[in-house]
Design a protein around this ligand. Structure first.
Ligand code: FO1
Length: 319
């Protein structure tokens, strides 16, 4: 069984780890959003790619949700001592990843090659592919403000401002990497992971012919809801990410509901996995032309549900 998974960082990685444990890392190909990426002090930082690699390697600081365990921020403190406005924190161990990536890109290697190297260096055998090798940057037009980079909106402004518009700068020049298209051709299942639809899934679907090839492939497409109503936030990061999702959904006139997320995948997803607490939305989701599958999706809150979610997903590969 070969499963191709589309997703962003933290939310998706929780499901990828469960799937890797359930069916084996070698059965998964992860296509990761790179529209969150940024240049920071001359280093190329790829938050979603690094979150996926760190998460699968077991080195991720799960509490923080990004970066590495046992991390220190000495370099950041030194920058602050020199009068810098430090708003985006790169840990001392995390810096090694960005130094290697920046050097390899400067040598002319593709982001696909760099990512494969970094996954291997971290002992990750799952294929981790960037959505494209070209630079794409999500930008946010804040209410009463200017166009802001995604990370400045998300981290510096804490996703507080209302959002008027979102754009993916450079998306028109982005091409679907051959490795992504080959993975889709041989997939027995495609999963749209529980990530922010607008910040993480739609950028991937907007690259080149990725969406068309996915539609034409015989593999069923399963979307896993990124939104579960009434979710207890186990850490401030989850509340922050929920606010980010909500602001971005509102920018396209959508409420922060499972049905609204499903509506963004109409015409593409064959199945939509909705959490048990939102079971009442299942009939309206089916009205979008996709089968609603009710399953526990908050595996990070009650890990006992992990096996049920993995089973629900993998059973769809056999349909
Ligand atoms: N998120 C924060 O809220 N504050 C940070 O200072 C921060 C730094 C950071 C550095 C590397 C990295 O890979 C991720 C980092 N993140 C930080 C998380 C990041 O904003 C998110 O992982 C995604 O971009 C949004 O899902």
């Amino acid at each position: 069984m070969s499963i191709v998974c589309f997703g962003g960082g933290i939310g998706a990685t929780r499901l990828w780890r469960s799937l890797a444990d359930g069916i084996g890392q070698e059965s998964l190909t992860l296509v990761v959003n790179t529209a969150d990426d940024l240049w920071h002090y001359g280093l190329r930082v790829c938050p979603d790619i690094d979150t996926v690699i760190y998460g699968l390697s077991g080195k991720q600081d799960v509490e923080r949700g990004w970066g590495l365990q046992d991390e220190s921020f000495t370099a950041m403190s030194s920058l602050a001592e020199l009068g810098e406005d430090v708003w985006f924190n790169l840990g001392d161990r995390d810096l090694a990843t960005h130094l290697i990536r920046t050097r390899m890109l400067a040598e002319g290697r593709s982001l696909t090659d760099v990512t494969s190297h970094l996954a291997g260096a971290n002992g990750v055998t799952t294929r981790v592919l960037p959505m494209c090798d070209e630079e794409v940057s999500t930008e946010i037009l804040e209410q009463g403000g200017d166009w802001t980079s995604f990370q400045e909106f998300h981290v510096r402004h804490r996703a507080e401002p209302l959002v008027r518009e979102v754009r993916y700068n450079g998306i028109e020049l982005a091409k679907s990497p051959p490795a992504v298209l080959e993975a889709l051709d041989s997939a027995s299942l495609v999963i749209l992971g529980p990530s922010s639809p607008i910040a993480s899934i739609l950028p991937i679907l907007s690259v080149g012919e990725t969406r068309a090839v996915m539609s034409d492939s015989r593999a069923p497409v399963v979307a896993v809801t990124p939104i579960v109503s009434g979710t207890p936030f186990i850490n401030p990061g989850d509340a922050h990410r929920a606010k980010l999702r909500e602001r971005l959904m509102a920018s396209v006139g959508l409420p922060h509901t499972a049905y609204a997320a499903a509506s963004l995948y109409a015409g593409l997803a064959d199945f939509f996995i909705v959490d048990e607490v939102d079971e009442t939305e299942a009939p309206s989701i089916e009205g979008l032309g996709m089968r609603a599958v009710v399953a526990p999706t908050l595996t990070h809150i009650n890990s006992s549900s992990t096996a049920d979610l993995v089973r629900a997903v993998t059973e769809l590969a056999r349909t």
